[in-house]
Write a protein of this length. Structure first.
Length: 169
């Protein structure tokens, strides 16, 4: 079972964040920015954003695997609501990791095309979460998710960690 879930995780990582952060940016860069001089004007911030995003992705994927018993993909959704680590501060830290990688690639490669992809992906994700994923999570997890949603922002992390109602003393 552990190997099966690992293989599902790997499949879903390749299908979702890998496509969004590697395949699509490569296609965009080599299609639209290839004649632009590669100007590593912002290499250090770009590398820091990419590294931060990759660390966030790894952390959140491991939380989904370990505590949620599922993958990052909606077709292999977690069986348990994960409110640990960065999820105590923001509802979508996994997507924030992807966005950090995209910002880093934009800065590192000085790519207008990847910058537009970052903006487009942010808008698509916002609509997807608001109208598809969040209603599905409310239906699947009920009141615990509704309470969590009230206490934690979708995109902007809170300074104080969320505590489930039964965690408060």
């Amino acid at each position: 079972m552990a190997i099966s879930l690992f293989l599902k995780q790997l499949r879903d990582i390749l299908l979702l964040p890998f496509n969004v952060t590697v395949i699509i940016p490569c296609v965009l860069y080599y299609s639209f920015d290839k004649f632009q001089n590669l100007n590593l004007y912002h290499p250090i911030p770009g590398i820091l954003f990419i590294a931060s995003g990759l660390l966030m992705l790894a952390w959140t994927i491991s939380l989904f695997h370990t505590f949620g018993h599922g993958t990052l993909a909606p077709w292999e959704a977690t069986k348990k609501l994960v409110i640990r680590g960065p999820y105590k501060y923001v509802r979508n830290p996994m997507i924030m990791g992807v966005l950090l990688v995209l910002i880093g690639e934009t800065l590192l490669l000085n790519s207008v095309a990847i910058g537009f992809w970052f903006i487009s992906f942010t808008m698509i994700s916002t609509l997807y979460f608001k109208y598809i994923e969040e209603p599905a999570l409310e239906k699947r997890f009920g009141n615990p998710y509704t309470e969590y949603k009230k206490g934690v922002n979708r995109w902007i992390p809170k300074i104080k960690a969320y505590n489930k109602p039964n965690d408060k003393k």
